[in-house]
Ligand binder design. Structure first.
Ligand code: NAD
Ligand code: TYD
Length: 357
């Protein structure tokens, strides 16, 4: 049976990938630090599954990672572990350097040490897949060509700068040591189990509580949305057939302005959970913009589509409906997530934001 060491597998995308891998018969060693974003409820379906081994720990803990590699002998390491939220990176950039840069660097070093002792055949079939973001490429204007794998890096937030640094390290470990690395740069994900500090779940939960829906600036910024299940299928395909040392952009062909997304969430809620006070769109509130707010992201995913035969299956409108439905149907997940720490974040990020002029 295939075995993978998955890091960050209690987070939004990592947990979706762990569930995907288990459905496909892969044994998973799941290393997660359980920061505020890590949530064991995401893995509830695997409670009695002996093919899923959860270990609480940090990717920067060299001794622990070395021990897990020796003990479980994985065929691949898939690195999702990261600090992932741009707004938090503006408040505390160093946490992002610690995990995304130093943590990834330690993980690469320890994996390389272990990998270099493997027999030739095992060493050549091993893969280190690092999950990255389209944000490393910087920002686009309307009419600019979407990001390709050849687009130079130009990160603008502490988050994207830390992810860019990690990507360079991954590339360097391939060039310098021959480690069989793969790199994926994906656009904005949406779907079940996303922590409600990100746009879509924040809007769903605020709307359900009749709270303001805080749209940064004029809501004109554009993101390219991909369903998390499509992302996981792409990752599996890259692991299976991607060429070591190569990078693959992953996108959803679903560019939307933020205001359009928020209005769509409101309309779905008007339908599924109508409010006696009127349409949910009445709650839309324009607030002070994010500093250094990238205007537009768009992905050219020709390489993965043509070379590996992957394409997204979900269309954004029905995927969004399904996502809203999931939050409505999973009130205990929602209640557990609305912890003290989450409340503190809302005060920190939105408390002084005020209404936009
Ligand atoms: P998330 O914040 O939901 O989950 C991150 C997980 O990593 C959490 O479970 C957390 O506990 C764990 N973690 C954090 N620091 C750790 C450490 N030092 N050691 C071990 N575990 C640690 O993030 P996500 O949205 O699931 O994103 C996963 C990955 O995908 C990240 O690398 C992110 O940069 C990338 N990505 C995310 C998106 C998106 O739209 N969410 C898009 C493209 C790429
Ligand atoms: P987010 O989900 O934080 O993802 P990212 O910054 O990685 O793209 O934000 C998506 C977009 O939504 C981004 O342009 C910022 C905007 N946004 C708001 O307008 N209001 C909010 O409260 C949040 C969290 C995001």
């Amino acid at each position: 049976m295939a075995c993978q060491l998955v890091t960050g597998g209690a987070g939004f995308i990592g947990s979706c990938y762990v569930l995907y891998a288990r459905r496909h018969g892969v044994r998973v060693i799941n290393l997660d630090k359980l920061t505020y974003a890590g949530n064991m409820d995401n893995l509830d379906a695997l409670r009695d599954d002996t093919g899923h081994i959860f270990v609480r720990g940090d990717i920067g803990n060299a001794e622990l990672v070395g021990h897990l590699l020796q003990q479980y002998h994985p065929d691949a390491v898939v690195n999702f572990a990261a600090e992932s939220h741009v707004d938090r990176s503006i408040v505390d950039p160093e946490a992002f350097v610690r995990t995304n840069v130093l943590g990834t660097s330690t993980l690469l070093r320890v994996v390389r040490e272990w990998w270099s002792g493997l027999a030739r055949e095992e060493a050549s079939s091993f893969r280190f897949l690092h999950i990255s973001t389209d944000e490393v490429y910087g920002t686009l204007q309307v009419g600019d060509k979407p990001f390709a794998e050849t687009t130079p890096y130009s990160p603008n937030s502490p988050y994207s700068a830390s992810k860019a640094a990690a990507d360079h390290l991954v590339h360097a470990f391939h060039e310098t040591y021959g480690l069989p690395t793969l790199l994926t740069n994906c656009s904005n994900n949406y779907g079940p189990r996303q922590f409600p500090e990100k746009l879509i779940p924040l809007m769903i939960l605020n709307a359900l509580e009749s709270k303001p829906l805080p749209v940064y600036g004029k809501g004109a910024n554009i993101r390219d949305w991909l369903h998390v299940e499509d992302h996981c299928a792409a990752i599996a395909r890259v692991l299976e057939a991607g060429q070591p040392g190569r990078k693959y952009n992953i996108g959803g062909h679903s560019e939307r302005a933020n205001l359009e997304v928020v209005r769509a969430v409101c309309e779905i809620l008007d339908d599924m959970s109508p409010s006696v006070s009127g349409p949910h769109a009445r709650l839309i509130t324009f607030v002070t913009d994010r500093p250094g707010h990238d205007f537009r992201y768009a992905i050219d995913s020709t390489r993965i589509e043509e070379e590996l035969g992957w394409k997204p299956e979900y269309d954004f409108d029905s995927g969004l409906r399904e996502t809203v439905r999931w939050y409505l149907d999973n009130s205990s997940w929602v209640e557990n997530v609305r912890s003290g720490a989450y409340r503190q974040w809302l005060t920190l990020n939105y408390g002084d934001r005020g209404i936009a002029e």
